[in-house]
Design a protein around this ligand. Structure first.
Ligand SMILES: [Zn+2]
Length: 585
């Protein structure tokens, strides 16, 4: 109560200073007449009334108490039976890349290579002269040909414009002759560590497809988005994020594109964002390691040095606070690949196409690189965000953390295990010891759950995305969409899938790891705020925290869980300002 009274006094003084013309932000706003779910504590807590002012929460409690804070003439919002809860927090998405994809050609749902070529020809018309023509979102296994397009097929799109297509995982793609020429990749170019260019049979000639670091080597040579295109990247994506109830977004891989820093700088300089954006930047050590193994990349790396360092050079305090809604919160590493390139200690149960022997997926970066990163960042305020799907990748992360703890002692670092799809019980105990927190890609249960059972086997699948096990261990976890890897940055489907764990076939994948709708909501609100170390200002409805809110048509705790994903988001409010409102259809 003490802290609350001080806030009220300060607010009153500020009101006096502001004089008689009060802006919308200065008039207290009272929300009542619906389910107001605070997300505070281990059990659902509903309050009668929420009072906000100047972008912050003044009161979450009874109407009687609320009167003291709302003043004589508050603005009153009647929720009319709708549900109000804290704004959702994205703990692993790629807002910048999603924004770029809004500019690029949409290849989702393409059924054949002929269709892909037709769509890419349309895309040529939409892009200014000289710009690369890029398409995103197809899946080779959904194409009639069950493969990526060849260099000859992409040359049918254009022979003079660089053309590149990237699949929906973001890890695989293909290019035409002009794009390889533009990127300086030839038949003589060796495959980089952790990836490959497909070659024509019996030769070194480029066949078109490329995977992992090879794809990144080409992608990083794309000319930058600038001017209006750069504005559109962030404003377009932020609009989509807000429409799904998110008041904090993430770009969890900044630096893969060579225009990323300029796009962020443009957004900060022009104050383009309406919601917060947490950045996890690709680190220089990774670049250096790849460069050492791969001379071509070094030749073309125009800006050697880390993404984080370059960002901090443009805005020195970007890692300490939000500047015009942008904060550098972490460093990103990729320790393994996706479903069929995840790195395991035990072989795949069924081999992915094209693999043989006791294939266990790929290690992406040498141990020394990760060890050095923890050495540098363990005691800093930048969190290490590590992409991992298999348990061998989790072992690599835990070994690096152990070394840092031995050297510097325990810190409140909160290493992020992005996806953390399969974690062994012994690894979960170590994560607890070191305060590591996973961001589970629950959206993958529907799209990839059946494939996980097939490739990884029923035992690993049953304990993939181990929410319940973590809960029982008193640990925190979050749910993320990884958009554009998942087609949409929607949050409620993540909640539903954590509750149902139902794959596309209808199969329940790992019924023992299902959690209640309330715990699933915590993973996108209070526990999500904890993951980004912002639990002091976000994640629950409590006095003093930011008025980051979402209003839903129905209460996720009161509907059939299999319908949670379909609950419409009606309004999203960032620090008291409406940033999204659903319009009547
Ligand atoms: Zn990702």
């Amino acid at each position: 109560m003490k802290r609350f009274d001080v806030t009220a006094v300060v607010a009153a003084v500020l009101l006096c200073l502001a004089g008689s013309t009060l802006s919308a932000q200065e008039i207290p706003t009272v929300f009542r007449g619906g389910d107001i779910l605070t997300m505070r504590g281990d059990q659902p807590e509903f309050v009668e009334e929420l009072v906000i002012q100047r972008g912050k929460i003044l009161h979450a409690g009874t109407t009687a108490e609320g009167k003291k804070h709302a003043g004589a003439k508050p603005r009153v919002v009647d929720l009319a039976g709708k549900t109000l809860l804290p704004g959702f927090i994205d703990t692993h998405g790629h807002m910048i890349y999603f924004g770029k994809n809004l500019i690029d050609g949409d290849l989702r749902g393409a059924k054949s290579i002929a269709e892909l070529i037709t769509r890419m020809r349309e895309q040529v018309k939409k892009m200014p002269p000289g710009a690369w023509v890029v398409g995103f979102g197809y899946l080779a296994r959904d194409l009639a040909e069950k493969r990526h397009p060849s260099i000859e097929e992409l040359n049918q799109v254009s022979t003079d414009r660089p053309v590149m297509v990237v699949d929906s995982s973001g890890h695989l793609g293909a290019g035409n002759s002009a794009v390889f020429k533009a990127a300086g990749i030839t038949a003589e170019t060796p495959n980089p560590e952790g990836g490959s260019f497909t070659r024509k049979p019996g030769s070194q000639e480029l066949a078109g497809p490329m995977e992992e670091t090879a794809l990144n080597a080409v992608r990083s040579q794309r000319p930058p988005f600038s001017g209006e295109l750069a504005d559109r990247v962030v404003t377009g994506a932020a609009e989509v994020w807000a429409s799904y109830g998110q008041t904090t977004a993430m770009e969890a891989g900044l630096g893969l594109g060579n225009d990323d820093i300029d796009i962020v700088k443009n957004a900060v300089d022009k104050n383009l964002l309406t919601i917060d954006l947490y950045l996890a930047a690709k680190d220089s050590v990774t670049d250096d390691a790849i460069n050492a193994a791969y001379s071509v990349s070094a030749d073309f790396n125009k800006n050697p040095g880390g993404t984080s360092r370059k960002l901090l050079a443009t805005r020195p305090d970007l890692d300490k606070r939000y500047i015009n809604r942008v904060r550098l919160g972490g460093i990103k590493f990729w320790l393994d690949g996706s479903l069929d390139t995840a790195w395991f200690t035990e072989p795949y149960t069924n081999l992915p196409a094209g693999k043989s022997g006791d294939y266990r997926g790929f290690q992406q970066i040498p141990n020394e690189v990760l060890d050095e990163a923890f050495d540098r960042f363990w005691t800093s305020n930048l969190q290490l965000n590590m992409h991992m799907n298999g348990d061998a990748a989790a072992d690599q992360a835990l070994a690096a953390i152990e070394k840092a703890v031995k050297k510097y002692g325990m810190r409140d670092h909160r290493p992020v295990f992005i996806h953390g799809t399969y974690l062994r019980p012994d690894q979960i105990q170590k994560m607890k010891t070191y305060g590591a927190i996973p961001s589970f890609l629950t959206s993958s249960i529907k799209s990839g759950g059946d494939a996980v059972v097939h490739l990884w086997g029923p035992d690993r699948a049953a304990h993939a995305l181990a929410s319940k096990t973590l809960l029982e261990n008193g640990m925190k976890f979050t749910y993320s969409h990884d958009a554009p890897v998942s087609p949409s940055p929607a949050i409620l489907p993540l909640v539903e899938l954590a509750v149902t764990r139902q794959a596309a076939s209808g199969r329940i994948v790992g019924p023992d790891e299902r959690v209640s709708p309330y715990h699933a909501l915590q993973a996108v609100t209070s526990m999500a705020a904890y993951l980004i170390k912002e639990e002091g200002s976000k994640g629950t409805l409590e006095p003093g925290k930011l008025a980051d809110l979402v209003i839903l048509e129905r209460n996720p705790l009161k509907v059939d869980p299999s319908t949670i994903a379909t609950i419409p988001v009606l309004e999203t409010i960032k620090e008291g300002k409406t940033v999204f409102r659903k319009t009547a259809p």
